[in-house]
Design a binder for this molecule. Structure first.
Ligand SMILES: [Fe+2]
Length: 401
């Protein structure tokens, strides 16, 4: 795991936005989202307190109060948590303190935790380095949108969000900036799907509008999630051609940066990709695989292959490496950088076991030579993987490490 890069100019996004033509990502080198579906919260080491990846700060936790709130919220099901690696004992701290602190630390680094107080008040706990941390208006907005998602029940219409002019402006700005890069860096399969879906570029679409556009193309629908979705739930829904999506937008001060997956990533990245019947079938196969897998190791293996394909996959196009992964295609900064990374051929055992830092640009990428090869290697893997195959591949990767 690499060190988290030093944050770039925090105000670059604002300055560029004011000029109307952003020319650089607001935080070069830093992953501009942490994905809701991604379970692989690799072991993180806080440099301040010693709790365990190599990040530069802890999620703030005044007096431990948030720990108790999170614990309570987890108990009554009102908070959705990540699937994480088991707690590792450290001999120099009391075990109860370590466990509580790690829980919050993981929540804060992976995703802004959503909690519900005893009186029903919903809170979204932004990390200290989140661009909206000191903005009470943004925090209240995040809470309102999270409340709508939390109140949503299966079978009900997906909540409609009354987006503000400012939020529509962020969508329009990022859409335009990404579109220019897509023309240059996106694989034609994605570009054709994006054209077929024809999402609005001047305003934030409602999730039901995304569904209305996707359904005739590939049969997929979008549903609302307040935040992190448990791994098995997220993948089970993929198997049913249902995508759990956030509905909030990044903070307007840094329109080209977000520390977590907002609706721009979920829709511009994923919905455009899922408008391709071929990409959609691969994603569905990954979801269906989860229903066969009993062990968490096997599910993690599938999720890691998903990470290096559906999220961060690249593909040859006439001798040029193009991006098709939703993570790259929704990242203003990473679109400029991915072609300079360590690009390797598809290798399922390695993809399923390679360690990586979800907070930084992915230094290793795996390139399919064609859609046919992607379907033949990755699609077939998702269609056939079971606990035994995943275990054999993991052992094979470790034997060659
Ligand atoms: Fe994603």
């Amino acid at each position: 795991m690499s060190n988290r890069p030093t944050a770039g100019c925090r105000r670059a996004g604002r300055g560029c936005a004011e000029r109307g033509a952003p020319d650089r990502p607001s935080r070069p080198g830093q992953r501009d989202f942490l994905h809701s579906s991604h379970p692989a919260v690799k072991w993180l080491e806080c440099k301040k307190c010693g709790f365990g990846g190599q990040v530069d700060q802890c999620f703030r936790m005044p007096g431990g109060a948030m720990v108790r709130a999170l614990t309570t919220a987890s108990g009554n099901g009102s908070i959705r948590t990540a699937s994480v690696e088991p707690w590792r004992e450290r001999p120099d701290r009391p075990s109860t303190m370590r466990k509580e602190a790690m829980t919050v630390f993981e929540e804060g680094q992976l995703y802004s935790a959503v909690t519900t107080d005893a009186d029903g008040q919903v809170q979204v706990h932004l990390g200290e380095d989140h661009p909206g941390f000191t903005d009470p208006v943004y925090r209240a907005r995040r809470a309102d949108i999270a409340s709508a998602s939390l109140a949503h029940r299966p079978g009900q219409p997906v909540p409609t969000i009354d987006y503000t002019d400012e939020e529509h402006g962020v969508w329009a700005l990022v859409s335009a900036e990404l579109a220019a890069k897509h023309e240059r860096y996106a694989h034609p399969e994605y570009l054709e799907a994006k054209a077929a879906l024809a999402l609005p570029t001047d305003h934030v679409p409602q999730l039901h509008e995304v569904t209305q556009a996707l359904m005739p193309l590939t049969g997929w629908c979008y549903t609302a999630a307040p935040g992190l979705v448990p791994l098995r739930e997220f993948y089970a829904d993929l198997g049913r051609r249902t995508f759990n999506s956030t509905q909030y937008l990044r903070h307007p001060s840094e329109p080209l940066y977000t520390p977590e997956p907002d609706i721009i990533h979920e829709v511009i990245g994923h919905a455009n990709q899922l408008a391709s019947p071929r990409f959609a079938a691969i994603a569905q196969a990954a979801g269906e695989a989860s229903e066969r897998l009993e062990t968490e190791d096997a599910l993690q293996f599938v999720a890691d292959v998903f990470w290096f394909t559906i999220e961060f996959g690249v593909m040859n196009d006439g001798g040029v490496t193009k991006a098709y992964g939703a993570g790259i295609l929704s990242s203003y900064g990473e679109l400029d950088e991915f072609s300079h990374m360590d690009i390797r051929p598809l290798d399922i055992p390695t993809m399923g076991t390679l360690n990586y830092d979800i907070t930084a640009y992915q230094p290793v990428l795996f390139e399919a030579q064609s859609m046919d090869q992607l379907e033949g290697v990755v699609g077939t893997f998702f269609e056939t993987v079971d606990d035994d195959l995943a275990a054999r591949m993991r052992a094979e990767a470790h034997a060659h490490a």
